[in-house]
Ligand binder design. Structure first.
Ligand code: ADP
Length: 185
């Protein structure tokens, strides 16, 4: 099973991906986590990415594609994966299609979590105080939401046009939302 999980920052993609990966026995691939690991490790790529991430902008398509390609080359992806945070714009969606066709793979479902903006700002303020992520300040959160609306929302339509999309209400308990995602597949 290969899934793309879509939704604005703070919509619960990471939380849901962590549950789904166990239920479906697949791996969770978060490009945000891959980038934060590169930053923490102090790699060249991490150094380039950090300022962009702290500003709430998208890291360049080439860098993220490189990270993703490396990750998809590892053996543990054989049973499938959940992509969380990728693709984030139309160019990435097309690059993913090209990569998957080289790998002779396809996406089974794209699942979009729907949560309204005020709820998201509240959730991310909570996460900022709990986890101290440097991009969770209110002004950067608002900017990330703006970037989402401009660049990532078209990706939802892209998967809809392919007939792969399900929209899921992302408000409720973690278990309820998890069940909605399972039901949608
Ligand atoms: P969130 O979905 O809450 O914004 P992520 O962990 O997915 O959190 O992403 C954090 C940051 O990492 C983004 O704001 C962006 O700078 C960078 N990033 C993650 N995935 C991508 C991607 N596919 N393309 C470009 N930048 C990305």
């Amino acid at each position: 099973m290969r899934l793309v999980l879509l939704g604005p920052p703070g919509s619960g993609k990471g939380t849901q991906a962590a549950l789904l990966k166990d239920r479906l026995n697949v791996v969770h691939i978060s490009t945000g986590d891959l980038l934060r690991a590169a930053v923490a490790a102090g790699t060249e790529l991490g150094k380039i990415a950090k300022a962009t991430m702290d500003a709430g902008e998208l890291v360049s398509d080439d860098l993220v594609l490189q990270l993703l390609e490396d990750r998809l080359g590892q053996p543990d992806v054989a049973n499938g994966y959940i992509l969380d945070g990728y693709p984030r714009n139309l160019a990435q969606a097309k690059a993913l299609d090209a990569l998957l066709s080289r790998l002779e793979q396809n996406i089974d479902h794209a699942l979009a979590l729907i949560v309204d903006e005020e709820q998201i700002v509240a959730r991310l303020a909570q996460r900022a105080s709990e986890q101290g992520r440097t991009d969770d300040s209110e002004s950067v959160v608002r900017h990330r939401l703006h970037v989402y609306a401009e660049q990532t929302a078209p990706v939802v339509d892209y998967y809809e046009a392919k007939g792969l999309l399900a929209r899921i209400d992302g408000v409720g308990s973690i278990e309820e939302i998890n069940q909605r995602l399972m039901d949608a597949m």
